[in-house]
Design a protein around this ligand. Sequence first.
Ligand code: APR
Length: 253
Amino acid sequence: MSLTEHIELEELQSRIHRARRLVVLTGAGMSAESGIPTFRDAMTGLWSRFDPAALASEEGFRADPARVWAWYVERREGVRQAEPNAGHRALADYARRHPGRLTVITQNVDDLHQRAGHTDTIRLHGDILADQWLDPCPRRGGPPCETEWARPGQPPHCNECGNLVRPAVVWFGENLPLAALNAAEAAAMGADLMLVVGTSGAVWPAAGLAARARRAGAWVAIVNPHPSEIDGDADQIVRGTAAGVLPVLLAAG
Ligand code: APR
């Protein structure tokens, strides 16, 4: 690390120390050091190996439920085997030391922030470990669908109306959960300082939160080993990784 980078990191540490309302927006890079693949990293990103339209859209699921379900079953297993990294733990420890001062907004659908101990994370894109029904129950006013496990490898379905179960994540073309989006926007507008960690800034509306925070007066710092599409929305860029930088930035004291 150069002297300049060291000085800039120290300045950011003191900004964090002074901040009363710290907001951290995380993306897939936050979980990369836990072994969960990102989406757009060259070669290793999921979208360099799989077609998002076929596997992360309602149309793709309706076209081939078994294929999409199998992909999510495999991704779920990867999440369950992963462990929170030092970055997740640094955020959870900071929240414990400074109750009410930190808001974490994540685009990630894994549960690593929660398993590190940060339980009130704002989840913009849902929860890969949870299920939801694909359609409203067609039996108007009847009891909710009952899940009846179908043949292995097929998504569960209701044995009375045939409704399918799908992962409780936001797919391309779908709206974000309104309560989560409103909470994220309110947090961004009220932030003294926003850290943007491990996101390419390729997907909206999450990608717009940094600019929103900055327009409202926050200092915005990006933590990412590579350039992102929203570097121009930041006051400061820290070229480093989540597990390497966050424990330094959020150290006690
Ligand atoms: N620490 C910090 N950042 C990292 C690390 C790391 N160890 N490793 C990679 N990165 C950065 C990459 O440089 C990249 O900028 O993380 C970013 C990951 O970008 P994406 O793969 O595009 O993930 P993300 O920005 O979260 O994608 C947003 O797109 O496909 C949808 O719903 C999906 O939530 C996802 C959304």
